[in-house]
Write a protein that binds this ligand. Structure first.
Ligand code: UDP
Ligand code: MG
Length: 155
């Protein structure tokens, strides 16, 4: 099964929404294979947001991502990168569809509560950036055969 990297941003942690978001993840049938609290710094943010370092909002984005600890997670599921990006909603929370995490829990383009990898290739790079191999647990919960049909679990 595919994995993706998720960060619950300071806008999620400070607003005490960690539990709400984790509930939604687990209620969907998504498997959590890694989870830890971290304090981010500018070095890791320059790597993680390398596509944005030249934008005028980058210093503010960095400050907002360092404003409190974050919760980093690795999630596992069939087609999880695509599934979880849809669940996250578009970048600006004010434009995000109701029912998505951003559409239900935020009102901002910057303080948008959550990061989710945008492709399987980037997911692999981002998981390696935030987690040591031994911090990701490749277990399969007992209920997996009730989350998927058996033909969906072959790869
Ligand atoms: N961001 C921002 N202003 C913008 C665009 C992005 O503050 O105009 C922030 C926002 O927190 C976003 C992050 O930069 O989540 C990464 O931007 P990206 O375009 O990768 O959006 P995402 O993949 O998070 O939807
Ligand atoms: Mg992105």
């Amino acid at each position: 099964m595919e994995q993706t990297l998720v960060i619950l941003k300071p806008s999620c942690v400070e607003r005490c929404l960690i539990g709400e978001v984790i509930s939604r993840i687990q209620n969907r049938g998504i498997i959590i294979t890694g989870m830890k609290m971290m304090q981010l710094n500018e070095e890791i943010l320059r790597e993680h947001y390398s596509h944005l370092v030249d934008k005028p909002f980058f210093p503010g984005l960095c400050a907002s991502m360092m404003a409190s600890p974050v919760v980093c997670m690795v999630l596992k599921g069939v087609d999880i990168v695509n599934v979880f990006r849809k669940m996250t909603g578009v970048t600006n929370g004010r434009n995000a569809e109701p029912g998505t995490l951003r559409g239900d829990f935020c009102m901002s383009g910057q303080a948008n509560i959550i990061h989710a990898s945008d492709s399987p290739e980037n997911a692999k790079i981002e998981i390696a950036r935030f987690f040591k191999p031994e911090e990701v647990f490749d277990y399969t919960p007992a209920n997996v055969n009730f989350i998927y049909g058996d033909d969906e679990l072959k790869n």
